[in-house]
Design a protein around this ligand. Structure first.
Ligand code: NDP
Length: 248
């Protein structure tokens, strides 16, 4: 198994891509600490699914966009699990609008969640990874952070920011055996994309050479690669997984 007896923190794993990553990691023997903004039935059910796979798993209520909350989350996980080998910064939101109509609040909320959470969590985990002399950090970006997108200036800015942040951390932490990479999915079917009208969905699919959206599990498989020793000499890369879209 590729992640046998490792421990991972996965942010935003109560559903969607984060949950799929947690399940794949557990299948590879990894213990899982994950979070969502509140402890609810959905969190308890993911926790049970993971535990049934024979790994240690616990869900935590934490707002990873809040510096103090991220610090407390990581501190509690380290106390509960002992060590953390892998951090997957997956939590993210959208709040789309054309620039003409986008408010300051919409911009601040999306950048403040998607980009600041990556800073807060990396900052919180860095001392323990530095001390142990190894670690893998996978940040979930988006092809939109590379190519931009209509109605998503706030989201694209947050995801482009993740690339610059990751590459800087990769340089600073490489000598201590800590690898930092970005996984940049294209159009993936989850709650985040559930409201896309069928006509728009079909137009988008026409632009994808593979003519279909990706699945959360396909993102999870690529995440196993970046989190495991399969990618032991890879750091500071942005790996697009978008069915071959040219502008990514
Ligand atoms: P979902 O909306 O399905 O899930 C988002 C997850 O993030 C939930 O578990 C939610 O938990 C959690 N979350 C949101 N804000 C916070 C916060 N402040 N603190 C803690 N947890 C939080 O999204 P997806 O699974 O679709 O997306 C996951 C990631 O992948 C995001 O970063 C997204 O930008 C990225 N992505 C998605 C694509 C897609 O097409 N779906 C394409 C490219 C990238 P809860 O609600 O329980 O608090």
């Amino acid at each position: 198994m590729l992640l046998q007896d490792k421990t991972a923190i996965i942010t935003g794993a109560t559903r969607g891509i984060g949950r799929a990553i947690a399940l794949r990691f557990a299948q590879e023997g990894c213990h899982i600490a994950f979070c969502g903004r509140e402890r609810n039935e959905r969190m308890a059910s993911v926790e049970q699914e993971l535990q049934a796979m024979g790994v240690k798993a616990r869900g935590y209520a934490a707002d990873v966009a809040d510096y103090q909350s991220a610090q407390e989350f990581v501190k509690t996980v380290l106390a509960d699990f002992g060590t953390v080998d892998i951090l997957v910064n997956n939590a993210g939101i959208t709040d789309d609008a054309a620039l003409k109509r986008m408010t300051e609040e919409q911009f601040d909320r999306v950048v403040g969640t998607n980009l600041k959470s990556v800073f807060c969590m990396t900052k919180a985990i860095q001392p323990s990874m530095w001390k142990q002399g190894h670690g893998a950090i996978v940040n979930i970006g988006s092809v939109v952070g590379i190519a931009g997108n209509y109605n998503q200036a706030n989201y694209a800015a947050s995801k482009a920011g993740i690339i610059g942040f990751t590459k800087s951390c990769a340089k600073e932490l490489a000598a201590r055996g800590i690898r930092c990479n970005v996984l940049a999915p294209g159009f993936i079917e989850t709650d985040m994309t559930a409201d896309v009208p069928p006509e728009l969905m079909s137009t988008w699919c026409q632009r994808i050479p593979m003519k279909r959206p990706g699945t959360a599990d396909e993102v999870a498989k690529a995440c196993v690669f970046l989190a495991s020793d399969l990618s032991s000499y890879i750091t500071s890369v942005v790996l697009p997984m978008c069915g071959g879209m040219e502008d990514a």
